[in-house]
Design a protein around this ligand. Structure first.
Ligand SMILES: [Zn+2]
Length: 397
């Protein structure tokens, strides 16, 4: 840990101050668009899985018992997938990054947050830790992170080895085998892990559910989704439900509707049609657990935290496209199971955004996350009028 004094000084008065989260020295990141990135671009500034392991270890040690790091499971290539837990409140917040391995700022933001929550003695931090239990899963798709790509490193053949009942079934629709100037999935295939979730957390793959589709649930065929699901279920057993689930991503470059402001990040709490609505009929069995209102309140909490900086890139926040039907995403499946959900989609153009912007993006993610932590800890989030969600400006795509 570095520069404890600066960290405390920055944190004391204003939780959301600019200097709040000084990155730990080994942590660096780079933005990366949701679209392919030229492989010749240097990736040396990104956090490798090895750096992640080292940094988590250091954060755990320097926290003197506050931060608990565990290996929750392994990627298909045998890399650790970690949980880092801090806080002892009754409400639990699960937050993950890099399920798409080329969307990297969330990992840095999570490490900064763990460092801060684990070492800062301020009242603000103490009250968060008293009210909330935070379980962070940085870099949940480490094989993809190492390959700097969206998909994991797993072949359909290996899936059939794991699930022999799928012998003869069509590979799932989210299986990548193409080659282009950026990726070689042909010789090294993989899956979009963020379409492998199913709201039935105990679902077992069945051949008639393949190849599936974007508007249908996934199957838990990837070890990465299985690990996340297992952590989610364990937290459900412990806490009754997972109150909040946050997923950290990147998108392309867009504008805030009606302005010439480039989007810094987009937010969303809406991934499947409301099970209580006509459009959500197929999810009717989840009508009692789904809490769309709470998701909206959480998103507004993040949005408002980002507005506190006034006219700056931090207020160039927009609402991600709504009216989605993506039950195979972690957000969609976990929302149906009762979690308040928040999607962060950071703008991430590696070539067009330099170091300076990269720092801004990481900070924006941290500010949004702290907005959620503080408002859940104080209970203020439950007072937010959900209609304020509709006031977040739309994204011009
Ligand atoms: Zn993504």
């Amino acid at each position: 840990m570095k520069n404890k004094k600066a960290l405390s000084a920055a944190c004391g008065a204003v939780l959301l101050s600019a200097g709040l989260l000084t990155p730990v020295p080994a942590v660096s990141a780079d933005t990366n668009p949701g679209t392919p990135v030229n492989q010749t671009y240097s990736v040396e500034g990104f956090i490798s899985h090895e750096e992640l392991s080292r940094t988590l270890d250091r954060i755990e040690k320097s926290s003197q018992g506050r931060v608990d790091v565990h290996t929750a499971g392994y990627s298909n290539s045998g890399r650790e997938i970690y949980t880092a837990r801090v806080g002892h409140g009754e409400k639990v917040i699960l937050v993950q990054s890099e399920i798409h391995g080329n969307e990297k700022t969330g990992t840095t933001a999570l490490l900064n947050m763990l460092q801060q929550l684990g070492s800062n003695g301020s009242k603000e931090i103490q009250s968060i830790l008293n009210e909330v239990t935070i379980v962070a899963m940085p870099m949940v798709n480490p094989d993809a992170s190492e390959l700097n790509r969206r998909g994991n490193d797993l072949s359909w053949h290996e899936v059939v080895e794991d699930f022999p009942q799928l012998n003869g079934a069509s590979p799932s629709w989210n299986y990548y085998t193409y080659t282009n100037q950026y990726w070689d999935y042909k010789s090294n295939p993989g899956f979009d892990v963020n379409r492998d979730f199913n709201p039935d957390l105990n679902y077992e793959p069945s051949p008639e559910d393949f190849p599936g589709a974007s508007s249908k649930p996934g199957w838990y065929i990837t070890p990465e989704a299985q690990t996340i699901r297992d952590v989610y279920q364990e937290l459900m057993d412990e806490f009754g439900e997972v109150d909040v689930f946050i997923d950290l991503h990147h998108q392309g470059e867009y504008f805030v509707e009606g302005t010439e402001d480039k989007v810094t990040l987009s937010l969303s709490g809406n991934f499947v049609p409301d099970p209580a609505s006509e459009a959500g009929q197929k999810y009717a069995e989840y009508a009692d657990t789904y809490d769309g209102e709470f998701s909206k309140q959480l998103n507004v909490a993040a949005y408002r935290a980002l507005q506190t900086r006034g006219n700056s890139p931090f207020d160039h926040i927009s609402l991600y496209p709504q009216d989605l039907d993506l039950p195979g995403t972690a957000l969609g499946s976990f929302a149906l199971n009762g979690s308040g959900t928040v999607l962060f989609e950071v703008t991430g153009q590696t070539q067009s955004y330099g170091q300076k912007k990269r720092g801004q993006f990481v900070k924006a993610v941290e500010m949004g996350m702290y907005g959620i932590l503080t408002s859940v800890a104080s209970g203020e989030v439950y007072e937010i009028n959900e209609e304020a969600y509709g006031d977040i400006p739309k994204t011009e795509r």
